[in-house]
Design a protein. Structure first.
Length: 376
């Protein structure tokens, strides 16, 4: 599809070669032992990618949390991209997207029983987590840490976007790869993410051959599954809207027929969300910002003005869970808009009837390496 088309800037190849040389030298220093990777005595699972931009790391990390947190004390460690703090920060009920980053804050609010911290230095962050007396951490999930080789994870999960496979890409800045495609060899599991629901069996076979994985590597395919819309703010709606919008309640996507929507996003690619909403209503206007965008006063005014221009009784502002973390505490968000703002939750679906196989692979690794409990 045209909206998924990506371009290689061939005129930037010389810069990519210089960048690639530096990356190769760095990786060789780790491979030869001049730079040391540290192992830990708890299961450490890394979720990352070769490319910059969104491949679905947060939803896949949340999938692992759901799989494991009932039996284990799970800790999540992220660098907290674009946070306004530095060093190690342990998430607390007082944390915000500004103090720990939008994606960590999203995970913390959804899974308050999970220990979550941010630290640019992953080794230091893991050491601090393992030093906690209460709770005692059983498993560490590393969010976006595939290139952070100072930590040697026990299990590396590498994600690649169906619409931009790493085998089709090239190094920065000509393309979007952070390192050479050969970096994939460090992963034990590769997941092709954001697959369309109607993907054909032949596409699985074609992609499998093109990725050219080793026998020790497991390949899976995943797709986004969208849940019912959830109110970002719990207070009731104004009287004029009370009969057409359920105050503070979830809204099923199937009920969006004839609803006028302003889709506000600050993510790498809003296309999959837009396509899903277009299955429900054609009355959609979009307001797109860059990934992890820090909403300004001007942005708040623009959202308000665009929403006021929507016609009809049924009107909503729909955003992502990640963007909601930056809106929920924004001091300049108009109070009148809050009852109309809903977040669209995303979950991961493992395709090809491979969910049980994937789950078992994770559980087997954890069972063999945990120091405290078992999944018996």
């Amino acid at each position: 599809m045209n909206e998924h088309f990506f371009k290689i800037h061939k005129w930037l190849y010389p810069v990519s070669w210089l960048y690639g040389t530096a990356v190769i030298i760095r990786n060789k220093l780790f491979d030869w032992g001049f730079l040391r990777s540290k192992s830990f005595d708890v299961p450490v699972i890394s979720v990352g990618n070769l490319a910059v931009g969104g491949t679905g790391k947060t939803p896949h990390t949340e999938y692992l949390i759901k799989l494991l947190h009932d039996k284990y004390q799970v800790a999540v460690l992220s660098r907290g991209y674009k946070r306004r703090t530095q060093g190690y920060v342990l998430a607390t009920p007082q944390s915000t997207a500004k103090t720990i980053g939008d994606e960590p804050y999203q995970m913390y609010t959804k899974f308050p029983s999970v220990t979550l911290a941010v630290d640019e230095n992953r080794c230091h962050g893991i050491e601090k987590l393992l030093a906690l007396k209460e709770p005692v951490v059983d498993i560490v999930l590393l969010d976006d840490a595939f290139q952070h080789r100072y930590v040697k994870p026990g299990l590396s999960i590498l994600l690649t976007d169906y619409h931009r496979l790493f085998c089709d890409d090239t190094l920065l800045p000509a393309g979007r790869l952070r390192e050479l495609v050969s970096g994939k060899n460090r992963a034990q599991i590769v997941i092709v993410t954001k697959c369309p629901q109607d993907i054909k069996p032949i596409d699985f076979n074609i992609i499998t051959k093109r990725l050219n994985l080793y026998p020790y590597q497991q390949l899976f395919f995943s797709s986004f599954r969208y849940g019912s819309l959830q109110p970002v703010f719990q207070q009731g709606v104004k009287e004029t809207a009370a009969n057409v919008i359920p105050a503070g309640k979830d809204i099923s996507l199937s009920s969006l027929t004839d609803t006028n929507i302003l889709l506000v996003t600050g993510i790498a690619s809003p296309t999959p969300i837009l396509e899903r909403l277009e299955d429900c209503t054609k009355k959609i206007e979009t307001l797109s910002f860059s990934d992890h965008h820090d909403f300004t006063h001007k942005d708040m005014q623009q959202i308000k003005e665009r929403f006021k221009r929507l016609t009809g009784e049924k009107r909503l502002i729909i955003t992502t869970e990640k963007d909601a973390t930056r809106l929920v505490n924004h001091p300049e968000l108009d109070e009148e808009l809050k009852p109309f703002i809903y977040a669209l939750p995303i979950e991961i679906e493992i395709l090809q009837n491979q969910q049980d196989k994937f789950n078992q692979h994770i559980i087997d690794y954890v069972r063999k390496n945990t120091r405290n409990r078992s999944l018996s």
